[in-house]
Design a protein around this ligand. Structure first.
Ligand SMILES: NC(=O)c1ccc[n+]([C@@H]2O[C@H](COP(=O)([O-])OP(=O)(O)OC[C@H]3O[C@@H](n4cnc5c(N)ncnc54)[C@H](OP(=O)(O)O)[C@@H]3O)[C@@H](O)[C@H]2O)c1
Length: 207
């Protein structure tokens, strides 16, 4: 596949590394050309200018801090339809740092906000619950990656990219379930910052 990555930080570099290893053609770009070059060197991806990220892309990953989502989508031409018809994978956690409370209005997911900023794109919430290192150094037992989205083809493409990094995809539902998926991450983040192991806070986990 041709994959476009918006963002040049930790998660962008980790997934670019593993998708490149899996044989995909990965283009990566961000607001800093220097950081894009560093991420490309570290991951084996190609640097691409933001307006070109979506061109030919079978899927686009939005891997930026939630406060930068609007800026980078605009630079990529999303408001004008550059991502229309493409899977747009959203791993963002729009939560208050260390507290885990969602910053979006009640009942609304940040994934909905992203869908508004990228008209026609098929938004899939995924990859937001595990640390980036899970994709470069997978655990012995495969992890389940819960995904939400309204377009079946976009879910298939994202599921295949989950398998490529050693995960097992599980569809939670349509984008109307994204708020729940985002709350789950807030729950995990809050417990981790409070010093508890979130895995011990769910049935089947061990303290
Ligand atoms: N890291 C993880 O383990 C992990 C796991 C699950 C989900 N996530 C989510 O993935 C996203 C990226 O996380 P990360 O850890 O990779 O963050 P990071 O290493 O801090 O990188 C953040 C990225 O966002 C970009 N950015 C911030 N504000 C921007 C703006 N206004 N315009 C354009 N770009 C902007 C940064 O660009 P500059 O370098 O130019 O500042 C950088 O490319 C976040 O939403 C996070 O919640 C991360």
């Amino acid at each position: 596949m041709h994959i476009g990555i918006l963002g040049t930080g930790t998660l962008a570099t980790a997934l670019a590394t593993s998708w490149t290893r899996a044989g995909h053609d990965v283009g990566i770009g961000g607001r800093s050309p220097e950081r894009a070059a560093a991420a490309a060197t570290a991951s084996g991806a190609r640097v691409r200018r933001l307006p070109e990220i979506a061109r030919d892309a079978d899927a686009v990953l939005l891997a930026v801090h939630w406060q930068g989502a609007g800026d980078i989508l605009e630079a990529a031409g999303a408001p004008g339809g550059a991502l229309a018809g493409r899977p747009l994978i959203d791993p963002t956690n729009a939560v208050e740092h260390g507290i885990g409370v969602l910053t979006t209005a009640a009942g609304r997911a940040f994934a909905h906000h992203i869908a508004d900023l990228a008209p026609g794109a098929h938004v899939v919430k995924a990859f937001h619950l595990f640390p980036a290192a899970a994709w470069t150094s997978p655990a012995a037992a495969p992890v389940t990656v819960a995904m939400c989205g309204d377009d079946s083809r976009a879910l298939e493409v994202t599921g295949s990219l989950v398998r490529d990094v050693g995960g097992v995809p599980a569809v939670l539902g349509g984008l109307d379930r994204a708020r729940q998926a985002e709350e789950a991450a807030g729950f995990v983040i809050a417990l981790a910052f409070a010093g508890a192991d979130p895995r011990s806070a769910v049935p089947g986990g061990t303290p």
